[in-house]
Design a protein around this ligand. Sequence first.
Ligand SMILES: Nc1ncnc2c1ncn2[C@@H]1O[C@H](COP(=O)(O)OP(=O)(O)OP(=O)(O)O)[C@@H](O)[C@H]1O
Length: 355
Amino acid sequence: MTGTVINIDRVVKRFGTFTALHEVSLDIAENEFFTLLGPSGCGKTTLLRCIAGFEPVSGGQIRLHGEDIAPLPPFKRPVNTVFQHYALFPHMTVLENVMFGLQRLGWSVVDAEGRAKQALELVHLSQFLKRRPGQLSGGQQQRVALARALAPEPKVLLLDEPLSALDLKLRQAVRMELKQIQRETGIAFVFVTHDQEEALTMSDRIAVMSDGHVQQIGAPREIYEAPANRFVADFIGETNLIEVPVLGISDGMAEVSLPGGRALRCPTPLSRAVGQGVLSLRPERIDLCPASEADLTVIATDQVYLGTDIQLKAQLAGGQEMTVRLQNAEATRLPERGTEVGLKLEAGAARLLSA
Ligand SMILES: Nc1ncnc2c1ncn2[C@@H]1O[C@H](COP(=O)(O)OP(=O)(O)OP(=O)(O)O)[C@@H](O)[C@H]1O
């Protein structure tokens, strides 16, 4: 059983009259890879900076192992930060860059060298100890920054979009490494990103944020399969949001009337009856079917070949556009533009959310 390392309790952050964080509460467990995910400006970096101590909070408390850390200046907090721009010292070797912080903390040269070497081994850079940052690739430089932040063995490592300066292939490779390093060290990682794929692949849990509010906290699968509201459904993955009349709600299940008139039962986080709701339909969980078995009948309007699958654009009875992703579609099976198509909603395709 792991305990809570960071407890964020109703934290408010104001810049003048603007409120960047509205009573944000969340707990981060020891050993956890925890991600703050949300669009630009939602307050992720601000929350990270409050944890690091670069910004004082305007209200609420941040506790580390139960103790309020407000009185501690950044350098006295047992947390370390890895930034997007890694800011290594160009005139120092890789080893010296990692040793520098330790020596500043009072470590002897011998001890600092031993620990720095361990940290560099962890990030697979042992063969580059004598190189200068300018002689390394972007991904390698970012790993030096990571080793530097991990070396003093902080209780928590804060990572502010550390992969965003890397190209796609490198980013994917470093992602897996980062996750592995987190597991090996057992240090809690608080990772900030606006990239949902990054969040889904690495995190134990994700807090989805928007406009300074936490919208949902959960494991990647939970956030994807059971979004708490319209914002989360739309932000994580792709979805179709369709307004529907709600016939009834009980025990986490809703009955709705689909465009065209068919009734559908689907899960919902709503507990009270509402007249109108929004149905989230995941495009990859919809398939073509004969008209007699169709949940929805649509008119095909366009198709886009994407390699791994084919995106079919279609129009619903009421005129609303929707998208279907056909994974194993053969070109011959695809409906022509303008023809009527039957669609089957597979298990997990639909979820009713509030309008
Ligand atoms: N020092 C500041 N003074 C005034 N407003 C600020 C300050 N720092 C941040 N903000 C505002 O607070 C909000 C949250 O900013 P923050 O940097 O936390 O967003 P973010 O989610 O990390 O976005 P991004 O992904 O673009 O970095 C934004 O509207 C931003 O303009």
